[in-house]
Design a protein around this ligand. Structure first.
Ligand SMILES: NC(=O)C1=CN([C@@H]2O[C@H](COP(=O)(O)OP(=O)(O)OC[C@H]3O[C@@H](n4cnc5c(N)ncnc54)[C@H](O)[C@@H]3O)[C@@H](O)[C@H]2O)C=CC1
Ligand SMILES: O=C(O)CCC(=O)C(=O)O
Length: 530
């Protein structure tokens, strides 16, 4: 039974599929402190959060069973991704479910700041009928600058056109073609700052976007600009903004987000007559909360059940068509990694993976993660390594990972060759997927073989002399080890050769020592593949 902890208020309807799942038990405990979370997280396999819970390295460290942290929303700045990756915890988000809702909140804020709605409301309900103080401006014929033309920024731009606005957009990933399609003008931050009447930000908060609108930008800003931030506190320098408003440069601002949330009582935004605020409500609609909770619950279930999943933020995304090509190879890749690690002596220095045939035509990086996982699991323990942290673990160990590709594959449609180099030696294994037959190891070092990578194997290197196969069979039989299959590989008659035996149980150290003392037998190694 998988245990899932929901530590923020998340839509009940959205997590219903988790509650209904026979193999999942859900606990809802919103509002826990870090200490409280640390004390209970050890028993959970998954943690579901919105933006309130700060998922710190301490929580991850205590989450010994934690496989996934699911964020019901977009921004994952409340989750320590580095710590998650180091511990192999998958972090997923729900990037699409709150796009429209947040875009609509941006418009609500834009209209509210243009027409002084909150200030006028306060006066009116306070008994003052003041029709003079709240002269607004139209959106029509105004220029809107959009910083960050991703999901939300693009939706804002589309709707702004319906209001008759001109749109200038900036995004490092925005192409001329896409700008043209959206009917917007591509611009730099500087051009937007100098020319826009309204400006709205829709980027994540990163070292690059922190204070991307600050003192320098306010100095050259078009006077009378109105600024909206429904993305993340800190993209606009809060103190510089207040100064720019007080200096008459900025006419008004509407903020849903703060550098520190919740803001302290003396935060300069809270009593400023030209700044309107909401408490991070951008995604707070019934629809968005259901959408994000449904999306994140679905992916959490996939991860717990070891099924393919999407929306991982601490792993590069894998397009669906690539995933369908690579997925059949994941298990083979991991077994090849494990196999080569089990037969190689010494500390690993380099892993070389060569993809031949059709696999050479696609991005094989996701498959390499499985191979590296297979190699490292042998050394670090399978509970310590997974596809999220395998590359990270390799990097911190200065392990060189080389990927090579060759279109030609002599005998197979696809071939994955993994070699491991240590100070002492370099060992090679290769495998393929045979239609109708499944996974096969087809090469060990220089020897061609045909072995199903499964269960308990014994790899023997020997000299190709009459009688050796019989002696191995007799020895194992005498020790009650049943041989299920046997493969012999050699290059030349009478030369060096290998034997790969599939056996019904672990032979153990003692039997391996007996094997190596047989005449003409050089080494015997036990391999376990599951
Ligand atoms: N107030 C709220 O409740 C909500 C806030 N958000 C926040 O809104 C932001 C945007 O969300 P989405 O549009 O869904 O994300 P997205 O990933 O679709 O778009 C972000 C865009 O920002 C661009 N970008 C990154 N660095 C940039 C830079 N230096 N200058 C200009 N553009 C840059 C990216 O290229 C990307 O196109 C996120 O930070 C998210 O956390 C999202 C939902 C609700
Ligand atoms: O969960 C929330 O309400 C915050 C939404 C948000 O900021 C996001 O999705 O990035």
């Amino acid at each position: 039974m998988f245990k899932v902890l929901v530590s923020d208020p998340i839509s009940d309807l959205g997590i219903q599929q988790l509650v209904d799942a026979q193999d999942v038990a859900v606990d809802k405990k919103p509002g826990l402190s870090e200490d409280e979370l640390v004390s209970i997280i050890g028993e959970y396999d998954a943690l579901l959060v919105r933006s309130q819970t700060r998922v710190t390295p301490r929580i991850m460290e205590a989450g010994k069973q934690l496989k996934v942290v699911g964020r019901a929303g977009v921004g994952v700045d409340n989750i320590d991704l580095e710590a998650a990756t180091q511990r192999g915890i998958i972090v997923i988000n729900a990037p699409d479910g709150n796009t429209i809702t947040t875009c609509e909140h941006t418009f609500a804020m834009m209209m509210a700041v243009a027409r002084h709605i909150p200030q006028a409301y306060l006066k009116t309900v306070g008994g003052v009928w003041d029709r003079k103080s709240f002269l607004g401006v139209e959106l029509r014929n105004k220029t809107l600058g959009v910083l960050g033309m991703g999901r939300i920024g693009s939706e804002v731009a589309k709707r702004a056109k319906a209001f008759g606005m001109e749109i200038m957009g900036y995004d490092p990933f925005m192409t001329e073609e896409r700008a043209e399609k959206l009917g917007i003008k591509l611009a730099t931050v500087d051009e937007i700052v100098r020319n826009a009447d309204f400006m709205t930000v829709h980027t994540p908060l990163t070292p690059e976007t922190r204070h991307m609108i600050g003192k320098k930008q306010f100095e050259v800003m078009k006077p009378g600009m109105r600024i909206i931030n429904c993305a993340r506190g800190g993209i606009i320098d809060e103190l510089a903004l207040v100064e720019a408003i007080d200096a008459g440069i900025v006419a008004g601002a509407a903020f849903d987000v703060f550098e520190v949330e919740p803001p302290t009582e003396d935060h300069p935004f809270l009593k400023h007559p030209k700044i309107i605020v909401t408490p991070h409500l951008g995604a707070s609609t019934v629809e968005a909360q259901e959408n994000v909770a449904i999306d994140v619950s679905e992916q959490v279930l996939h991860i717990l059940r070891n099924e393919p999943f999407s929306n991982a933020v601490n792993m590069p995304p894998i397009p669906a068509n690539l995933q369908s090509k690579l997925q059949p190879y994941y298990s083979l890749g991991e077994k090849l990694g494990s196999l080569v690690a089990q037969i190689t002596e010494g500390a690993v220095q380099e892993i070389t993976v060569r993809y031949s045939g059709e696999l050479a035509e696609v991005d094989t990086q996701p498959l390499t993660r499985y191979i590296v996982k297979g190699v490292l699991s042998h050394h670090l323990g399978s509970d310590q390594v997974n596809v999220v942290n395998s590359m990270h673990l390799a990097k911190v160990r200065d392990l060189n990972i080389v990927q090579q590709k060759s279109q030609a594959s002599k005998d197979f449609t696809n071939l994955v060759t993994v070699s491991l180099r240590t100070k002492q030696e370099e060992r090679i294994v290769a495998g393929t997927l045979l239609t109708g037959y499944g996974e096969r190891v087809v090469q060990i070092d220089k020897f061609p073989v045909d072995v199903t990578p499964e269960g308990n194997l014994i790899l023997i290197s020997h000299n190709d002399k009459p009688g050796i196969i019989g002696r191995v069979g007799t020895l194992l039989g005498n020790n009650d080890v049943n041989i299920a299959t046997m493969q012999v590989g050699r290059q030349l008659a009478g030369g060096s050769a290998i034997m790969v035996l599939t056996v019904d149980k672990n032979a153990g150290k003692d039997i391996l020592e007996q094997l190596t003392s047989l005449p003409e037998l050089n080494t015997a190694k036990e391999i376990t593949l599951f």
